[in-house]
Ligand binder design. Sequence first.
Ligand code: AMP
Length: 196
Amino acid sequence: MPEPPYRAVLLFGAPGVGKGTQGQRLGRLPHFVHLSTGEMFRSLDTNSPLGREVRNYTERGELVPDELTIRIFRDAMQRLIASHRFDAKQDTLVLDGIPRNINQCRILDREIRVVRVLHFVSSNEEAMVARMKRRAQLEGRKDDADETVIRHRFEVYRRETEPLLGHYRSDLILEIDALGTPDEVAAAIEKGLLKK
Ligand code: AMP
C-alpha cells in the first residue's frame, strides 16, 4: 500500500477538553494547519439543504453520517491545497474532531499518516460540562446549551471515539492533562512534542 499523503497530528478527547483551543494554537505554528470538523459543520449556511441536514445531527449530539463527514473533509482538504494553505510536502495537519468512529478511522488510514495522537485527559467531567455551558454563552453553540445534549455527546465519545485510541501505535500517543489553563496545557503539549 502506498504511504498516505497527508501527515497529521490527531487531537483526541471528550467534548469540552479544549481540543479546539489547543488546535487553533498549534495551527498558528509554522507548518501546522488546524482542521476542525465541528467548525466546518458550524460554518455551513444553516439555510442550505446541506446545512440543515448537518444541523439535524449536531443539535442532538449525534455523529453526522460518515459519508457526508468524509465528503466535507475531503472538500476542505482540496480547498486548503488549492489555496496553498496546506502543502503535503512540508506541512502537518492538526485534525480536531476526526476520526470519530472506526469506519472514519479506516477510511482516513488511506489518506493521512498519523505522526502523533494528543489525548486530552480530564478526570473531571463536571468541569468539562461547566466549560461547555460557558462556551454556549460566548459562542452561541446550541449543542453546548442543553445539558442533555452535552451528556449524550459524552456517551457517544465513550462508545464510538475513545476506543479508537487502541487503533494507533501506543508510542504515538501523548497524554495531556486537560484541566489546566490554556497556557499550561499548551506548555505540556510543547514539552511532550519536543521529548521525541
Ligand atoms: P465538535 O466541535 O468537535 O465538538 O463537533 C460538534 C459536532 O459536530 C459533534 O457533536 C458532531 O455532531 C459533529 N461532528 C464533528 N466531527 C464529526 C465527525 N468526524 N463525524 C461525525 N460528526 C462529527
